[in-house]
Design a protein around this ligand. Structure first.
Ligand SMILES: Nc1ncnc2c1ncn2[C@@H]1O[C@H](COP(=O)(O)OP(=O)(O)OP(=O)(O)O)[C@@H](O)[C@H]1O
Length: 333
């Protein structure tokens, strides 16, 4: 492996990550269009911290997850995992992949129904380590204990568990290789509300104990408020507002963030009073509006927004991509 002291670096440093997909058009000679699923995401994530990625369905959250977990390569941009360049780095790929594990949304679909819990948990060890059968079993039982599963459950099949317990198995599987980073892609949105809180508490306890970093993908701002340190709000493939959670929840400046907060019960009473509503549908990323891609849905749109794309810049202790950010600081929302 590349000779770098990985403890000195952020666990993730992403610079201008982009992912474009070719989409074929109807018609014989027509060139494929380029769908900008992710169009320039930059952030740093440190050990033991949580960055939440929020936004409507289709804004590029899962695409970002696939790039960070190295399931796909970016079209452009840099990705460093623990200080090591992960883009085009075949030599370190196996080791880097061990450092980043993922928990998916659906605890029913993500576990093989034909395999017992023990087998599911030991699979990553079989592929990635030289441990013998009893060492693997010991490790599996140890992690099961950490996530609140008993050793009697080692020989059971996934269908014998509730949704919340299955998600514990998925979390346990993600932890088997001692990762630095867990990408959690809507990990509680398929669970009953009563089980959501337990699962979030478990994730937070594990983070404290194992100094894990989470890239936490969610559309639910009440969940994000509980679990995150930093937030990145995405719209149509681009971050529009990002920074410290408290700064953004206290005073969201991007009209899209305001609208998301206003639509979330129990999160931000002030902006709900203002009743900023998101109108209209998310535009197609194949044909994004000119200027600011949010302008047609924006309650604060001005002329410049219709033709000039805003750039991400620092305003009031966060990064924001809005022409009118300064004016909105004194807005009474
Ligand atoms: N392999 C692909 N080929 C073409 N388009 C894709 C591909 N994967 C994703 N997209 C498109 O990229 C955009 C972003 O998708 P992505 O799944 O990242 O969004 P998301 O925010 O995770 O949404 P959801 O919450 O619904 O999963 C969408 O318009 C989607 O249709």
């Amino acid at each position: 492996m590349t000779d770098v002291d990985t403890t000195q670096y952020p666990v993730i440093k992403a610079e201008n990550l982009k992912k474009y997909y070719p989409v074929s058009q109807e018609g014989f000679l027509k060139k494929p269009l380029s769908l900008k699923a992710l169009d320039g995401a930059s952030f740093t994530l440190n050990k033991g911290k949580t960055l939440a990625v929020v936004g409507e369905s289709g804004c590029g959250k899962s695409t970002l997850a696939r790039l960070i977990t190295m399931i796909e390569s970016p079209t452009e941009g840099n990705l460093h995992i623990g200080g090591i360049n992960a883009v085009g780095n075949k030599k370190d790929k196996k080791i880097l992949r061990r450092k980043v594990q993922i928990v998916f949304q659906d605890p029913y679909g993500s576990l093989n129904p034909r395999k017992k819990v023990g087998t599911i948990l030991e699979e990553p060890l079989k592929i990635n380590t030289d441990l013998n059968a009893s060492q693997m079993r010991e490790k599996a039982l140890h992690i099961m204990d950490k996530v609140g599963l008993s050793k009697e459950q080692y020989n059971r099949y996934p269908h014998m568990f509730s949704g919340g317990q299955r998600q514990r198995i998925a979390v346990a599987r993600a932890l088997m290789l001692n990762p630095d980073i867990v990408v959690a892609d809507e990990p509680v949105s398929a669970l009953d509300v009563s089980v959501q809180a337990q699962t979030l508490n478990l994730l937070m306890d594990l983070q404290d104990e194992m100094n894990l970093a989470y890239l936490f993908i969610s559309h639910d701002l009440s969940v994000v408020r509980l679990i995150s340190d930093d937030i990145m709000v995405m719209y149509l493939g681009r971050p529009v507002e990002q920074g410290d959670k408290n700064v953004i929840f206290e005073k969201p400046l991007h009209p899209y963030t305001m609208a998301l907060l206003a639509a979330t019960p129990h999160v931000d009473v002030k902006s709900r009073q203002k009743r900023i509503r998101l109108s209209g549908e998310l535009p197609s990323p194949l044909n994004p509006p000119p200027g600011c891609t949010f302008h047609r849905r924006c309650a604060y749109m001005t002329d410049i927004c219709k033709h000039k794309p805003p750039h991400l810049r620092e305003v009031a202790n966060r990064m924001i991509s809005c022409h009118n950010a300064e004016k909105l600081i004194n807005n009474s929302h």
